[in-house]
Design a protein around this ligand. Structure first.
Ligand code: HEM
Length: 338
């Protein structure tokens, strides 16, 4: 019988995580021989936006944990992205990412080399679930995906459920400011409690899908919407209330407990598309392990991400000669016209 909030580590997980990292680095080295190296997934950045992360002032005791212990406003960056490996046209089905970086978060951080950083990241996507249950399964699916047509074909006929789940994860998106995002994987929420995260847009009306969409219409909509006014998302937590039906170790399973609001993400009215701000966004590193202990990432997918994101960010920044970038200590302002 599983216990709430408890992890169950499978044998050889580190080995599989290492293989995933090696495979990604080989792939990036091949893709970007002479160009600047982009992210392995989520390479297409729609925007890096300035935001405020406003923790609710009077949360009930069960929600008062970690950064949510008291009402407070943090400055934050929000990076919106398309997940596909190669930058794709926005009209295509895809998984979209919302990566949040809160700046000014006190307390020791989990990554040994960045324990004094004052950032806390939350990584969310437009799917509630991942396609594979374990790190080993994830590694197999990555080998198939990156291993050429024949490997992918044999994988598809022997693992139809993974293929179906992968297809269900992607969807069309007409406006990022009207889209819901989910963490897929679980996180600690103080001692002996686990949650998944979500961000729900406060704007309920749905933009229609453009009749003749440009390749970058999601960014164009962000530019025009945010020139006019601010937009907000409710940041939610969903507790693990049943350790068997809502497992920590299998992110293919959708949790069914209610979402509870703990904060507001307020994306300010802004002009954001300067070259300098875009380049800053490209160079930032988001990982769920930029984190305090109270919100420690849980489960195999998250444990693998510790190895993988760190290795990839190091490789990407090394190739692009920006290896000395530290986590931001404060928000930076950019000239809007450069
Ligand atoms: C389980 C839930 C997951 C979520 C919610 C998630 C979400 C994201 C997001 C939002 C980004 C873009 C971050 C940015 O804007 O910089 C990202 C990047 C990435 N993800 Fe995930 N991801 C998940 C699982 C995984 C897993 C299991 C792996 C592989 C082990 C993985 C590998 C990567 C890689 C390699 C990148 C690019 C990192 C970089 O180049 O710096 N992700 N992910």
């Amino acid at each position: 019988m599983n216990t709430i909030g408890k992890e169950y580590i499978e044998p050889k997980e580190e080995y599989y995580a290492g293989k995933i990292a090696d495979r990604f680095i080989q792939t990036l080295a091949k893709y970007y021989r002479s160009e600047k190296v982009k992210r392995m997934f989520h390479p297409k950045m729609h925007a890096l936006l300035k935001a405020e992360f406003i923790v609710e002032a009077s949360l009930p005791p069960h929600l008062k944990e970690g950064i949510f212990a008291e009402g407070k406003t943090y400055d934050a960056w929000v990076r919106f992205s398309n997940a596909k490996r190669k930058a794709t046209k926005d009209k295509k089905k895809d998984l979209r990412g919302m990566a949040l970086k809160l700046v000014g978060v006190e307390g020791k951080k989990l990554l040994e080399k960045e324990k004094d950083a004052n950032t806390q990241d939350f990584l969310l996507v437009t799917s509630k679930t991942l396609q594979t249950a374990s790190v080993k399964d994830f590694q197999r699916s990555i080998e198939a995906l990156l291993g050429g047509f024949i490997k992918l074909f044999f994988y598809a006929i022997t693992h139809p459920a993974v293929i179906v789940r992968s297809i269900k994860m992607i969807s069309k998106c007409s406006n990022l400011l009207e889209t819901s995002f989910y963490s897929m994987s679980p996180y600690k929420y103080g001692e002996g409690k686990a949650v998944k995260y979500a961000a729900f847009p406060q704007k309920k009306t749905t933009s229609s899908f453009p009749k003749d969409p440009s390749d970058d219409f999601l960014k164009e909509r962000l530019i025009s919407d945010l020139e006019e006014q601010e937009y907000s998302f409710d940041f939610m937590v969903q507790f693990q209330t049943d350790a068997q039906k809502m497992p920590i170790e299998n992110p293919t399973v959708k949790w069914t407990s209610p979402f509870e609001k703990v904060a507001t993400i307020k994306i300010k009215k802004q002009v954001f598309n300067s070259k300098a701000q875009e380049s800053y966004g490209e160079n930032l590193s988001f990982t769920p392990w930029h984190c305090i202990e109270a919100h420690r990432p849980l489960g195999g997918a998250n444990r693998a991400r510790k190895t993988v994101y760190e290795a990839i960010a190091r490789f990407r920044r090394g190739q692009n000669h920006v290896e000395n970038l530290a986590e931001p200590k404060s928000m930076v302002s950019f000239n809007e016209v450069n």
